[in-house]
Design a protein around this ligand. Structure first.
Ligand code: UDP
Ligand code: MG
Length: 139
């Protein structure tokens, strides 16, 4: 399992607010190479499957509604220690707890609408990347 790639989504709130450029500037400045990237919109079935691990949580319905309400930017990013370093760059799930300078501190509104996704393990990075991209879309 390679340890130099992670998967991200700029969530609908970040796209709606026009933050794509600013967030990717931070991602590039932090040393990540873009392996794959597209503007896309998840269907309800997509979001339910992507977040299936949270299906028993009270916020699952709201999460699926939010993640399907508009386009997202999906991307695969490459850097040494990608998963951990990207989680550091985005900050805590709740922006109120996120460190200064992190993407969620800067751009997230709430624990639900928190601007960006980052994979939590190498295994999930591979699964999530393959969920959104075909092999010929990865460079
Ligand atoms: N979420 C939420 N309420 C919560 C926890 C999470 O709405 O109490 C949403 C939020 O958008 C979060 C996503 O569910 O990013 C997935 O939750 P997870 O715990 O995996 O957080 P993450 O890995 O995104 O930091
Ligand atoms: Mg998570």
């Amino acid at each position: 399992m390679r340890t130099d790639r992670t998967f991200t989504m700029l969530k609908p709130d970040a796209v709606e607010k026009g933050h794509i450029g600013a967030i990717f500037e931070k991602i590039n400045a932090s040393g990540f190479r873009i392996v794959a990237m597209k503007l896309t919109q998840m269907t309800t079935a997509d979001a339910k499957e992507f977040y299936a691990v949270h299906s028993e949580r009270p916020f699952y319905g709201e999460l699926v509604e939010y993640m399907t309400r508009g386009p997202i930017v999906a991307a695969i990013l490459e850097k040494e220690n990608a998963v951990e370093d990207f989680r550091t760059l985005i900050g805590a799930t709740n922006p109120a707890d996120a460190a200064d300078g992190t993407i969620r501190k800067l751009y997230a509104a709430s624990i639900g609408e928190n601007a960006v996704h980052g994979s939590d393990s190498d295994e999930n990075a591979a699964i999530e990347g393959a969920f959104h991209f075909a092999g010929r879309e990865m460079f």
